[in-house]
Design a protein. Structure first.
Length: 155
């Protein structure tokens, strides 16, 4: 609860304040003024140096992809109706309803894969060299570790 572990230790730091974002933006602007041909990675490095000075950095990001409520209700109704059809012995109807629910799950998983792909292309960086607040080098990341978890169901 609230980022505190069972032993009382702080598990996560709070998100950046508006002031921290403004300081990062200012650092990036100063860097671009001094280096007008800087690459996006170099600008990200300037932001990272400023971010390293903020004691409230975010250690990781969590992304959730979910359907709107009406789609979730439709999906659940397909699963319930499939179970009811199976209980009546109507396996063909149950299979057809499960297939419709599976289509919704497949679309949701494809959306999650697209979101992770976009993040990989636009927001994945790695840091090499000595790691302190002002040293090391930020480079484009080669891949993104992500776990995709579909909703479980019991046919």
């Amino acid at each position: 609860m609230k980022g505190i572990g069972p032993g009382g230790e702080l598990l996560v730091k709070r998100r950046q304040s508006k002031d921290a974002h403004e300081r990062e933006d200012a650092a990036a602007a100063r860097y671009l003024q001094d280096h007008p041909y800087a690459s996006p990675v170099e600008v990200a490095e300037a932001r990272a140096v400023e971010r390293g000075r903020d004691p409230h950095t975010v250690p990781y990001f969590d992304l959730t992809v979910s359907a709107v409520k009406s789609v979730s209700v439709l999906h659940a109704s397909y699963r319930v109706s499939a179970r009811q059809a199976r209980d009546r012995g109507d396996e063909d109807q149950a299979a057809a309803l499960d297939a419709k629910a599976d289509e919704i799950e497949d679309a949701l998983m494809e959306s999650a894969r697209e979101a992770v792909g976009w993040l990989e292309a636009h927001a994945t960086y790695t840091r090499t060299g000595h790691h302190s607040a002002a040293t090391g080098e930020w480079r484009d990341g080669d891949g993104l570790a992500a776990g995709l978890f579909p909703a479980s169901h019991q046919p």
